[in-house]
Design a protein around this ligand. Structure first.
Ligand code: ADP
Length: 633
């Protein structure tokens, strides 16, 4: 017997997500100490990182935010040998003050060297001061004896002022510690995301007093960039495409040479005159971004990474298997432990988080791997439990957290639902010709009701056209074309002489995807045939040119949005039935009807009136042999 959606929901709600495992709360789960072992669901990326760490290769990671890219980069830094780390010092150049000297010493030595220089400078300064004092007293004494006391005061003041204005040379000779690895327990992990050129490549500060003994010596104004701080470790750059082409070009040079001099990055600053000797920057580069990052990336930089490293695609979801659930439970324990302030999760809370992970995967039999967001939910739930003074975080806390930790899209969507109801934009009762409540997703985790209107007019051109408005993007435009194929076949009317106008209401952000195509087809058929559509029905589904209803994404969020708006019945593609993981509170509010074919959609959505007549006609047309259909048209 075929499963109904409510069977599936019933089964999902009753399922023991922990599969009989005996754990009672997350404190019983051991959390691995190495970061690389804490990464879940990205087995391929973990392998690549391990391999790249031993062979010192660069890595490019593509994928959605919050799937563990920077975590993996950090984990790689932990895997790199610490022995090779160095401190870098910058010294003044006595021959050419605009070309400071660079020296590299073992990690930890840099600080000692600077301290020794400072101590030496202090000693000399003191000696000089004593000498000066003796000189002043000498002059004063002499002038008192000889009675030329006015001359004495003038001479002493002169000596004193000279002392104030002349900076002791020794102090200016103290080197500056540019890169220190003294306290690092592991190889450095430097996040260069969004850095401007100076922060990335190093800079020389501007000096307003460039002479006269008041200037800051040029070597003291040199600042290391992320590439230098990452020497011997990992340089992580997310959203690599947002770096300017100039920075990407320089980054490429740094990668190739393994050293890069520091110079002032702003042209009109006095820093631009200074250029140090080469500063070592042998780092492993981990470039990250989402798929379009590749487009904005300097081709030579990408090819360098590809030629000398690996590219990995980060997974968004993982199969919902017992092993993966176990890993997910460990993730909960990890997040609780890393946070350090929130109470552990009891069994019911763990199950609720798992259920949410299923929902957010947006895919049958999968768990989401957008774990930063899941971590956020875990922390909010934990905070609520702590506020309540609870010993353990429970399912109730998780549910409350879901209410308060809503994404911006969800908040906008709720606000929009409220407003459009205030202005009667969302109609959820009665019937109307040519108007259908479609459903759309906003962002990745919230749905909205998307009303679609259709009107048919005699054409003023040579042939009729389908005109769609409401900021439709490419795929949505395509789907309208597919709808017209279905219309030609199913209405049997000669649409050659009609212009069909389709309007998507309130789509300020534009419509993507083809999940509205059954709604468009229904609205247009209703307009052509003059049969009203039930407004308490909402629908989502993609349409094949032959009238089959094909699967779409985000079905759970769409159904929830429909329920919130007051819709009573939601039509979804049958192949999406298993993806429905709506929250319990919506289960009583809507009836979910899975369908295979546009006929079933029309049967559910059109008001009986002359629907039967039309459906009969439709069936005849649909079953008509193709050859005949062609002959008669
Ligand atoms: P990205 O760099 O891809 O945007 P992050 O690495 O910054 O994501 O992930 C943010 C946080 O989410 C991590 O610190 C970790 O707590 C959690 N997280 C993300 N992905 C994973 C994963 N695959 N395994 C375990 N934890 C993860």
């Amino acid at each position: 017997m075929e499963k109904t959606v409510s069977d599936i929901l019933e089964k999902n709600a009753d399922e023991d997500l922990l599969l009989g495992s005996g754990i009672s709360d997350s404190s019983e789960i051991e959390v691995p100490s190495r970061l690389i072992d804490q990464v879940i669901g990205q087995e391929n990326a973990v392998e690549v990182i391990k391999k790249a760490a031993t062979q010192r290769r660069h890595v490019m990671m593509l994928g959605n935010p919050g799937t563990g890219k920077s975590m993996l980069a950090k984990a790689m830094a932990e895997l790199l040998p610490k022995e090779e780390l160095k401190d870098v010092l910058v010294y003044p150049n006595l021959e050419d003050s605009n070309n400071p000297v660079i020296r590299t010493v073992a990690a930890g030595r840099g600080k000692q060297i600077v301290a020794a220089h400072k101590a030496e400078a202090a000693k000399r300064k003191q000696m000089r001061n004593t000498l000066m004092m003796l000189l002043v007293f000498g002059i004063m004494g002499y002038s008192l004896i000889t009675g030329q006391w006015l001359m004495g005061i003038i001479a002493s003041a002169f000596v004193f002022m000279a002392l104030q204005y002349m900076r002791p040379r020794e102090e200016m000779m103290v080197p500056k510690l540019l890169v220190s690895n003294e306290e690092n327990a592991t190889a450095p992990f430097i996040d260069g995301t969004g850095s401007h050129a100076g922060a990335l490549l190093g800079d020389v500060r501007h000096d307003p007093f460039q002479s006269g003994g008041l200037e800051t010596p040029s070597h003291d104004r040199v600042e290391a960039g992320a590439i230098h701080k990452a020497n011997g470790g990992v340089l992580f750059i997310d959203e690599i495409n947002t770096l300017t082409p100039h920075s990407q070009q320089n980054l490429l040079t740094a990668l190739q040479e393994g050293q890069f001099p520091i110079t002032g990055q702003s042209e009109r600053s006095s820093g631009a005159m200074v250029r140090t000797e080469d500063v070592p920057c042998r780092f492993i580069m981990i470039a990250a971004g989402n798929l379009d990052a590749m487009q904005g990336m300097h081709p030579a930089l990408r090819s360098r990474i590809r030629g000398y490293g690996y590219e990995v695609y980060m997974q968004d979801t993982m199969p919902d298997t017992p092993e993966n659930r176990e890993k997910f439970v460990r993730f909960i324990a990890q997040e609780v432990k890393n946070d350090g302030k929130i109470p552990h999760f009891d069994r019911s809370a763990i199950e609720e988080v798992l259920r949410e992970a299923q929902r957010r995967s947006n895919r049958k039999g999968h768990l989401t791997l957008k774990l930063r967001d899941m971590g956020g939910l875990i922390r909010v739930a934990g905070d609520i439990a702590r506020q309540d003074g609870a010993e353990k975080t429970t399912a109730e806390h998780v549910l409350r957290a879901k209410g308060s930790a809503r994404s911006i899209e969800q908040q906008i969507s709720d606000e929009y639902i409220q407003r459009s109801r205030d202005y009667d934009l969302t109609v959820v009762t009665g019937t109307e010709v040519g108007r259908v409540n479609g459903l759309a997703v906003m962002g990745s985790d919230s749905g909205s009701v998307l009303p679609i209107m259709a009107e048919v007019t005699p054409t003023q051109g040579a042939t009729g056209a389908v005109i769609a408005t409401g900021q439709l993007k490419e795929i949505a435009q395509e789907s309208i074309k597919n709808v017209s194929a279905v219309l030609k076949k199913f209405t049997g009317k000669d649409i050659k002489n009609m212009d069909i106008h389709v309007q998507f209401i309130g789509t300020y952000g534009g419509v993507e995807g083809d999940s509205a195509s059954i709604s468009v087809a229904t609205a247009v058929i209703s307009a052509i045939e003059g049969i009203p559509v039930r407004q308490d029905v909402a629908m989502t589904g993609s349409l094949s040119v032959r009238g089959d209803v094909l699967p779409i994404g985000g079905v759970t969020y769409k159904i929830e949005a429909a329920a919130k708006a007051g819709i009573k019945k939601v039509i979804i593609p049958r192949s999406n039935a298993d993806d429905v993981l709506i929250e319990d509170r919506y289960r009583e509010m809507v009836e979910i009807v899975p369908v295979d074919h546009i006929e079933e959609v029309l049967e559910e959505a059109l008001v009986p009136q002359n629907r039967e007549l039309f459906l009969d006609k439709l069936k005849k047309l649909a079953t008509r042999p193709v050859k005949k259909a062609f002959e008669s048209s």
